[in-house]
Write a protein that binds this ligand. Sequence first.
Ligand code: PMP
Length: 414
Amino acid sequence: PGVPSIILNRESEVRGYCRGWPTTFTTAKGSWITDTSGRKYLDFFAGAGSLNYGHNHPVLKEALLDYLSKDGITHGLDMATVAKKEFLETFEEKLLKPRGLDYKVQFPGPTGTNSVEAALKLARKATGREAIINFTNAFHGMTLGALSVTGNSMKRAGAGIPLVHATPMPYDNYFGGVTEDFQWFERVLDDSGSGLNRPAAVIVETVQGEGGVNVARYEWLRALADLCARRDILLIVDDVQMGCGRTGPFFSFEAAGIKPDIVTISKSISGYGLPMALTLFKPELDIWTPGEHNGTFRGNNPAFVTARLAIETFWADNAIELETARKGEKIAERFEALAQEIGGLQHRGRGMVQGLVFDEPELASAACEIAFNNGMLAETSGPSDEVVKLLPPLTLTDEELNLGLDILSDAARQ
Ligand code: PMP
């Protein structure tokens, strides 16, 4: 079916995905997406991590259709609505309380980037300091604040220089797997000549998705949290991509045993691919004055409805967490074996975010192209797009998982 000419000619050159997947998609269900010729593709991209429970999950769809059929409110700014009240009740009872977490919830706007912007602004307001520490290969979004703490030079280039003051530090394993004990960080913080202003906050991903599936060890994250606590620096965990169960637990940082001061959540929170974002922060950080940080699309009520149902359906027990660990292990084993078999490959991952790292970046894109031709969507990530990153729905069946791994293994061999 190809990409329609109106899209090729009218939509800006900035479009990306239709280059890698040159077809026109029409419907999607579970782990599958269909194009206009009726061809089905196994979706190991899942809306860049926004579809952790697959496309059009029947329980969520029914709730959404029921809500709309009764003229439920769709757009609510930050008015009080029943859909919002019920979402917050469920979020508190089913997610926060069982985990011993106490966070105030801000609805910062529709996207992950909005959540990051609110987090950075709040950290700066709360501390009265302006500098932010970010990490090599970080990705936090495309607006100027979020872009300032993003590493990717291609994405930064068009924004002009300087961006907002941010100082990148090396992420875990940046120096070839050597255990960094944060002496470097302590040293520059103590050194008045280091050029580093005392930072307001550190922003970190527990696994860098866009940065190439770079996995921070739990002890590294604990050392970071400890340093932030000792130095009175706020710790922001950006859980936009790794939250909502992608690495196993609902909040990816749970497994490290840390409690960040501020957390960003978006992507899969609605459970249905609907725009929704949360910024969570410790209650004492709720120093906003009313209306100080607003936005028109803070109240996506259909998203509240599906988000509540997603929590109730998937997070009443820890079954999905165990399944994610089991399936992730399976992908990891297959990738390790593949790396042994064909060389020029490495594997990295945690839970259901798994990457196949190619020595030669063009081979990663070629593998994705072959996989597409054989009926599967997977995307590349990393600074040179050298990593095939798998983000399948957490709910996919073992048959679907095996099929996807067969297709990708074949593509890698070719
Ligand atoms: N933070 C992280 C860790 C992300 O992966 C992304 C999106 N890839 C964002 C922020 C930005 O989210 P959005 O694209 O929804 O604005």
